[in-house]
Design a protein around this ligand. Structure first.
Ligand code: NDP
Ligand code: 2IT
Length: 445
C-alpha cells in the first residue's frame, strides 16, 4: 500500500483501538485505492477517504427485557449510520452473542460500497445486538424486539434509516420490529424496514434475494470464463437465509450442492442435498443441521467438521466473517476449485483472499456477490413508496439484471485500473468512486 494510504489506515487503527474486524475491512478497501487517488486528486484534497472511514453517527443503547421466567435481561443495541451520500442509511440488523462495535462497524463500512455498487439510492449502515435468539420462545423474541425498537425508532424513518435482517434476524423479527415502530410512531410507514412479511408491505423475492443474487453473480463470473454452474459440484457453508436460497438457485442452474453446515458441523451427500428437508429443519422447526442426516440416511454428518476440505468446483461461503482462512483457501485451490463467491460478509481472511487472487480462480468478494439482498430491499422500498406490489417473475428479473450489471461494473473497473480479473479491486474502486463523487459534490458535511 502507498504511504499516504498506510498513514490514513494507521490513523483509523489508532482512533478505533481493538476493532480488528473494522481494521480488516478498512485495510481491504484502502489497498485497492492507490490508482484512484492518482486519477482523482480532488478526493485527496477533500479528505474523502478519511471522512468515509469515520461513521456519520454511532448509536449504542441499553436493551432491557424480561424473559419467560420473569428474569430481567440486559443487552446492548447498536446502529452505526456510516454514510448517507447516496441515500437513506440502509443495512441489516444482526442478533448474535458475538456482536460488538467492531463487527457492526466492519459490516456498516462494507455496506457503503456494496450499496453504491447496486446502483440504487441507498447509503450504508448496520446494527444489531449481542442478544442470542437461539433457544428463545417466540414471546421472548417479541419482547426483545419491542424493547430494541423502543429505543431505535427515534433514529429511523423511510427517508432517514431503513434496517433489514442479517444473522439472527429474519421475517419473524422484522414483523415484531415493524409492529413496535408502527405503534410508537403512530405511522404506517411501510418503507421504514425491509424484509417485511408479504401481507404487510414485504416484497416478493426479498427472502430469496441474497442467495439467488449470489448464484446469478457466480454464473456471470463463470460465463466470462466460458463456463457455467451446470453440472458443477458445489459446497455452501451455513444453512440460514443466504445459504438456503443460494442452494436453491444453484440447483436450478443444474449445479450439484453436496454440502452445507451450521456452527456445529457439516452435512455431506455426494448425490446432492435435498433442500426441502433443510428448509423444514431450519426455516420451520429451527433445528440443527445434524438432524438432516437422521432424516436422509444417505448423508454423513461431521460434528465440528471443516466444509472447505470437501472437494468441489465452486465454493460459496454463506455463514459469517473469517470462516475461511489461508489454509482452507489452499485446500480449495489444491482440490481444483474454480470459483469462490461470498454470500457472507468478509468470510475470507486476508491470507485466504491473497491465495485466491494469486491462484487466478474466479473470486467474487461479498460486497459484490451478496449485494442482491440489499438491492432487493431497495426494490421493496420502491414498491412501498409507490404503494405497489410487483410479481415474483418481474422482481426476479430485475434482481438478475442488477447482479449482471454489478458483475460487469466490477469486471470493467478491474480492467480499467490495470488488474483484469480482480473483482476485489473492481468492487472496491467502483463502489468508492460513486460515493466519493457524491461527497465532493455535497461539500464539507
Ligand atoms: P442466518 O441467521 O439466516 O444464518 C446464518 C447461518 O450461518 C446459520 O446456518 C448459522 O449457523 C451460520 N453461522 C453463523 N455464525 C457462524 C459461525 N460463527 N460459524 C459457523 N456458522 C455460523 O443469517 P443469513 O443467512 O442472513 O446471513 C449469513 C451471512 O450472509 C452473514 O455473513 C450476513 O452478514 C450475510 N448477508 C446476509 C444478507 C441477508 O439478506 N440476510 C445479505 C448479505 C449478506 P447457526 O444456526 O449454528 O448459528
Ligand atoms: O449485509 C447485507 O447486505 C444485509 N444484511 C442486507 C441489508 C438490507 O438492508 O437488505
Amino acid at each position: 500500500m502507498i504511504e499516504k494510504l498506510e498513514n490514513i489506515l494507521l490513523h483509523v487503527v489508532q482512533r478505533n483501538p481493538g476493532e480488528v474486524e473494522f481494521h480488516q475491512a478498512a485495510r481491504e478497501v484502502l489497498e485497492s485505492l492507490a490508482p484512484v487517488l492518482t486519477k482523482h486528486p480532488e478526493f485527496t484534497e477533500h479528505k474523502i477517504i478519511e471522512r468515509i472511514c469515520e461513521p456519520e453517527r454511532q448509536i449504542i443503547f441499553r436493551v432491557p427485557w424480561e424473559d419467560d421466567n420473569g428474569e430481567v435481561q440486559i443487552h446492548r443495541g447498536f446502529r452505526v449510520e456510516f454514510n448517507s451520500a447516496l441515500g437513506p442509511y440502509k443495512g441489516g440488523l444482526r442478533f448474535r452473542p458475538s456482536v460488538n462495535l467492531s463487527i457492526i462497524k466492519f459490516l456498516g463500512f462494507e455496506q457503503i460500497f456494496k450499496n453504491a455498487l447496486t446502483g440504487m439510492p441507498i447509503g450504508g449502515a448496520k446494527g444489531g445486538s449481542d442478544f442470542d435468539p437461539k433457544g428463545r420462545s417466540h414471546r421472548e423474541i417479541m419482547r426483545f424486539c419491542q424493547s430494541f425498537m423502543t429505543e431505535l425508532y427515534r433514529h429511523l424513518g423511510e427517508y432517514t434509516d431503513v434496517p433489514a435482517g442479517d444473522i439472527g434476524v429474519g421475517g419473524r423479527e422484522i414483523g415484531y420490529l415493524f409492529g413496535q415502530y408502527k405503534r410508537i410512531a403512530n405511522r404506517y410507514e411501510s418503507g421504514v424496514l425491509t424484509g417485511k412479511g408479504l401481507d404487510f408491505g414485504g416484497a416478493l423475492v426479498r427472502t430469496e434475494a441474497t442467495g439467488y443474487g449470489l448464484a446469478f453473480f457466480t454464473e456471470e463470473m463463470l460465463k466470462s470464463r466460458g463456463k457455467s454452474l451446470a453440472g458443477k459440484t458445489c459446497i455452501v457453508s451455513g444453512s440460514g437465509n443466504v445459504a438456503i436460497y443460494a442452494i436453491e438457485k444453484v440447483q436450478q442452474f443444474g449445479g450439484n450442492v453436496v454440502a452445507c453446515s451450521d456452527s456445529d458441523g457439516v452435512i455431506y451427500d455426494e448425490r446432492g442435498l435435498e433442500l426441502d428437508i433443510i428448509k423444514q429443519l431450519k426455516e420451520v422447526e429451527r433445528r440443527r443441521i445434524k438432524d438432516y442426516a437422521e432424516i436422509q440416511r444417505r448423508a454423513v454428518y461431521r460434528d465440528g467438521g471443516n466444509i472447505w476440505e470437501i472437494p468441489c468446483d465452486v465454493a460459496l461461503p454463506c455463514a459469517t466473517q473469517n470462516e475461511l482462512n489461508g489454509k482452507d483457501a489452499e485446500i480449495l485451490v489444491k482440490n481444483g476449485c474454480i470459483a469462490v463467491a461470498e454470500g457472507a460478509n468478509m468470510p475470507t481472511t486476508p491470507q485466504g483472499v491473497r491465495i485466491f487472487l494469486d491462484s487466478g480462480i474466479a473470486y467474487g468478494p461479498g460486497k459484490a456477490a451478496n449485494a442482491g439482498g440489499v438491492a432487493t430491499s431497495a426494490l421493496e422500498m420502491q414498491q412501498n413508496a409507490s404503494r405497489d406490489a410487483w410479481s415474483f417473475e418481474f422482481t426476479e428479473q430485475k434482481l438478475q439484471q442488477i447482479m449482471t450489471d454489478i458483475h460487469q461494473r466490477c469486471h470493467d473497473t478491474a480492467e480499467e485500473y490495470g488488474t483484469p480479473g480482480n473483482y476485489v479491486n473492481g468492487a472496491n474502486i467502483a463502489g468508492f468512486i460513486k460515493v466519493a463523487k457524491a461527497m465532493v459534490a455535497m461539500g464539507l458535511i
